[in-house]
Design a protein around this ligand. Structure first.
Ligand SMILES: [Zn+2]
Length: 349
């Protein structure tokens, strides 16, 4: 009996050692995939094809796991399930990727972007943050998403509340692709305009967050950018009480007034080469930005720049009265999707 137990114990130990050696020796293959740290792989593992939606990703992962399961149960020592559990690596071996993912504690309303906020200098030399304003917008936002997916990299999107209500499905694609979604007011007004009352400023901020929450089906990051970078001091103080991080920029691409894609690329590369690092302001709302981005991302990679992906530690806590306002403003839902021919039948001509 004792011998039998001992034998079983030896077999189990042997199996564990074999599995361990197998996993150890096979791991470097995954690490051979291009210039991404472990943190980066965890944060942004989707290849372009899978980046279309989170649903797609879930289906792929579930399917690949469900097949080997019975085999694994029969032969635990050989259990080749570790690779299936890893999300697919980036399909582009020369991708820009994500070098570092940072999580921001937004308590008290920290400010980023040296053009206005010089306190938090968290980027290392050659590090950039890609930011996109004013979306979601048909075609243009998707062009930006595709360029980012092709380079297996991530950005930060500041959505206009109204645009989020026009095109919620596009904003959900942004989120599903693993990007961070913040806000940019309800209607893109200049909050520093002297005609704006305190209540109007608050409404613009809160409605923006609630609209983006409604579009996403979950609260956005407590990240905000002032339209036209017009920082109303009272609004800055208010956002501080709401624990919202505020984003200015280190360099403006001026994509909205550029004549062509080349001009955007040259503006960004000239400025970043001078600064050495920084938060880059672009617009997924602009058609030319999507056109410039594939080349721009390759130029950044060639120049030795690395992308930092910014995430929020906790989601934004919307105010219930503004959430209710959004629901009330929404059009009546469509409750039947049957085709006209199924609903309306001609009984006499
Ligand atoms: Zn804007």
């Amino acid at each position: 009996m004792r011998n039998a137990l001992g034998l079983m114990l030896v077999s189990v130990v042997a199996a564990v050692v074999i599995a361990g050696v197998w996993f150890w020796t096979s791991s470097p293959r995954a690490d051979a995939a291009p210039p991404q740290t472990i943190a980066a792989r965890k944060a942004e593992p989707l290849p372009p094809a899978a980046a279309k939606s989170a649903a797609n990703d879930d289906v792929q992962v579930t399917a690949s796991l469900s097949k080997p399961a019975p085999m694994a149960a029969l032969a635990p020592a050989a259990a080749p399930i570790a690779p299936a559990q890893q999300k697919p690596a980036c399909a582009n071996p020369n991708a820009l990727g994500v070098a570092r993912t940072v999580v921001i504690d937004t308590s008290g309303g920290p400010g980023f972007g040296f053009e206005h906020f010089k306190h938090l200098d968290f980027l290392q030399d050659k590090e950039v943050v890609l930011t996109f304003d004013d979306g979601p917008w048909p075609n243009n936002t998707q062009a930006v998403l595709k360029a980012l997916a092709d380079e297996c990299t991530k950005g930060l999107f500041f959505s206009v509340g109204k645009h989020a209500t026009y095109h919620p499905e596009i904003l959900r694609q942004v989120l599903a692709a693993g990007h961070t979604v913040g806000t940019h007011t309800w209607s893109h007004v200049n909050l520093n305009n002297k005609k704006m009352t305190e209540q109007q400023v608050k409404d613009e901020l809160e409605k923006g967050f609630s609209a983006v929450k409604m579009a996403l089906g979950q609260p956005p990051a407590p990240f905000f950018r002032f339209p036209q970078l017009q920082h109303n001091p009272a609004a800055v103080a208010y956002l501080g009480t709401r624990n919202v991080a505020m984003f200015s920029t280190d360099l403006d691409s001026f994509d909205f007034r550029s004549k062509n894609a080349e001009q955007i690329i040259n503006t960004v590369m000239t400025k970043i080469d001078k600064l050495g690092k920084g938060i880059i302001l672009m617009h997924d709302f602009q058609k030319l930005t999507g056109e410039a981005l594939p080349t721009l991302l390759q130029r950044l990679k060639a120049g030795g720049y690395k992308v930092v992906h910014m995430k929020a530690k906790t989601p934004f806590d919307t105010l219930p009265e503004y959430d209710a306002m959004m629901v009330k403003d929404q059009k009546l839902p469509q409750i039947s999707s049957r085709p006209v021919s199924a609903v309306v039948q001609t009984v006499s001509d």
